[in-house]
Design a protein around this ligand. Structure first.
Ligand code: GRG
Length: 270
């Protein structure tokens, strides 16, 4: 099976799980559930959720028990996008080519939809009945992770000065790479594999997350590209992807899907 087909198939599973876990449009108060579903089902690639499944399968996982973790990762991702688009943050009118959540539903409902997606993510992830999974998730997306990165980014913009090299590394790691790291790692945690395998998945996830940010900066001509130039960003994305893949030798052929997804991400063909 080609990697693109694999991603397409797993994306469908993630979408189905999201549809199952999200309250229906008829559930009261309808407006918030409409906003949550609008934000989640607006055309995301689901690459993080697919990576959770691929990480699980690299650890010999089969079946649907990974779907709560994969769905929770995408619920968290959607929450960050809603909040990031708000006027008090990036102030973006569009997301995935459609009006952003606050443009469609107003700021208050968009803010609460983000909060509700984050809350739902923890309800869903708790289905694993593994407190370490819940703890790991909280740690990766709190002030030591995603929120920390967002704060640093906001402070930097407020300071109205060029970003320093050490700052861009911290922001990219926290804002982007830590969610990728969590996504892949949860695949191993749901399978309850040994520490060596969890570490390998973590390092792989973090490096492909950093590469993802570099590719994003190359597309936008922003971030790393502004500081280090295009050539550096291209080479760094390539070398991070290579290093990421090297961590997976412990899994043998079982990690082929993760390797193929990393290559597609580096070429931004997913
Ligand atoms: C804690 C509010 C808050 C924000 C955290 C993640 C984040 C910081 C902000 C989101 C915006 C941003 C520029 C993130 C960098 C990573 C990135 C390019 C996200 C978009 O990911 P894709 O391309 O999105 O996978 P889709 O639409 O496919 O789901």
């Amino acid at each position: 099976m080609r990697a693109e087909k694999y991603i397409e198939d797993k994306k469908k599973l993630v979408d189905k799980a999201l549809d199952l876990y999200l309250p229906s449009l008829n559930t009261k108060p309808k407006i918030i559930h409409k906003a949550m579903r609008y934000a989640v089902f607006s055309g995301g690639k689901r690459i993080r959720g697919v990576l959770t499944i691929a990480g699980f399968e690299a650890c010999n996982g089969i079946g649907s028990k990974i779907l709560p973790a994969a769905a929770a990762i995408e619920l968290i991702h959607s929450y960050t996008l809603i909040h990031d688009d708000l006027p008090c943050m990036d102030d973006d009118d569009f997301r995935r080519g459609k009006p952003s959540c606050h443009k469609k539903f107003g700021e208050a409902i968009a803010l609460l939809a983000g909060d509700a997606l984050l809350t739902l993510a923890f309800e869903v992830i708790s289905k694993s009945k593994d407190i370490d999974i819940v703890k790991e998730t909280a740690g990766s997306i709190g002030t030591y992770g995603t929120i920390g990165g967002q704060v640093a980014d906001i402070m930097l913009h407020a300071a109205k000065r060029p970003v320093l090299k050490r700052e861009i590394g911290y922001i990219s790691k926290c804002k982007t790479a830590m969610l990728f790291e969590l996504a892949v790692k949860l695949g191993g945690m749901v399978q309850d594999v040994d520490k060596a395998r969890i570490n390998a998945l973590s390092k792989f996830g973090r490096d492909i997350g950093m590469a993802f940010q570099l590719v994003d900066d190359l597309i936008d001509g922003d971030g790393y590209v502004k500081i280090y130039g295009k050539g550096y960003a291209v080479n760094k994305a390539i070398s991070l992807t290579k290093t990421a893949k090297s961590y997976l030798s412990i899994f043998g052929g079982k990690a082929d899907r993760l390797i193929e997804i990393a290559d597609l991400m580096a070429g931004r063909r997913v």
